[in-house]
Write a protein that binds this ligand. Structure first.
Ligand SMILES: NC(=O)c1ccc[n+]([C@@H]2O[C@H](COP(=O)([O-])OP(=O)(O)OC[C@H]3O[C@@H](n4cnc5c(N)ncnc54)[C@H](O)[C@@H]3O)[C@@H](O)[C@H]2O)c1
Length: 248
């Protein structure tokens, strides 16, 4: 893809399945990559790729400020930001204020804090690309998912507002909206709910026109496209990568 070689990218949630897949593809395309994640275990798989990983809670304003400044100092200015980190809290109207605070503090406020601190680096560089992870859950209702889906709808709205705010600085802002991707988030939630993984995979696969769940690398490819100059006329858009889930 055009225009990625030598660019500096930051991926939040870099130790999660889709953050990691995005990193792998950006590294393959010649980017230098930094990562934030709450997790520290498995961080050597990032250092093996030459990624500069920091253990950061994106909901912690002071920590985000320091970590963004550290990237600038150690690597240089970020011009590609992939806001992928998320909390998965699936509740309906029974959600407690603590659960709402928990999911909003990461999916919305954390995304905003990281963007706020990276923005000066992008402006000073003359432009950039921001990719916010929404989901098919940002388009449709799903039973008992209201906490999660509210954040994924909000990320689409926030993206369109930021696209307007940042366009004068040549910064493009888009969402990526995956369908069901076969990840540990899927297998872990099956295990937590005591569901049979193979049976749930069949059920989830049937929701997609292509008859299967997506693979993380298919999302990583779409992230690299949005980051690249091949997407130079895209801003304020939603890139749906869903095997036809929303087309049913
Ligand atoms: N997996 C799917 O099927 C799917 C579908 C549509 C959209 N998405 C979206 O893709 C993104 C990544 O999902 P995934 O499947 O890779 O999930 P994941 O759980 O594997 O990855 C999320 C990562 O975010 C990190 N994280 C959570 N809170 C954090 C915080 N406060 N600070 C820093 N890091 C934090 C976690 O430690 C984890 O590594 C999410 O935004 C999710 O909503 C996933």
């Amino acid at each position: 893809m055009r225009g990625l070689k030598g660019k500096i990218a930051l991926v939040t949630g870099g130790l999660g399945d889709l953050g990691y897949a995005s990193i792998v593809r950006l590294v393959e395309e010649g980017c230098r990559v930094a990562s934030f994640d709450l997790k520290t275990d498995d961080a050597q798989k990032l250092s093996a790729l030459g990624v500069f990983h920091q253990a950061v809670d994106i909901a912690d304003e002071a920590a985000v400020k320091v970590a963004c400044a550290t990237i600038l100092e150690k690597i240089g200015p970020v011009t590609i930001l992939v806001n992928c980190a998320a909390r998965f809290i699936f509740r309906s109207v029974d959600a407690t204020p603590a659960e709402w605070n928990d999911i909003l503090s990461v999916n919305i406020i954390g995304t905003s804090l990281v963007t706020q601190n990276i923005l000066p680096q992008m402006k000073a560089s003359g432009g950039g690309s921001i990719i916010n992870f929404s989901s098919v859950s940002g388009f449709v209702g799903q039973a008992n998912f209201s906490t999660y889906n509210a954040t994924k709808f909000a990320l689409r709205g926030l993206t369109k507002c930021w696209a307007q705010d940042f366009a004068p600085h040549h910064i493009r802002v888009n969402t990526i909206c995956p369908g069901y991707i076969y990840t540990s988030a899927f297998t872990d939630s099956c295990q937590k709910l005591g569901l049979d993984i193979a049976e749930e995979d069949r059920r989830a696969s049937a929701m997609h026109l292509l008859g299967r769940q997506g693979q993380p690398a298919e999302v990583g490819a779409a992230v690299a496209f949005l980051a690249s100059d091949d997407a130079s006329f895209m801003t304020g858009s939603d890139l749906v990568v869903d095997g036809g889930y929303l087309a049913r």
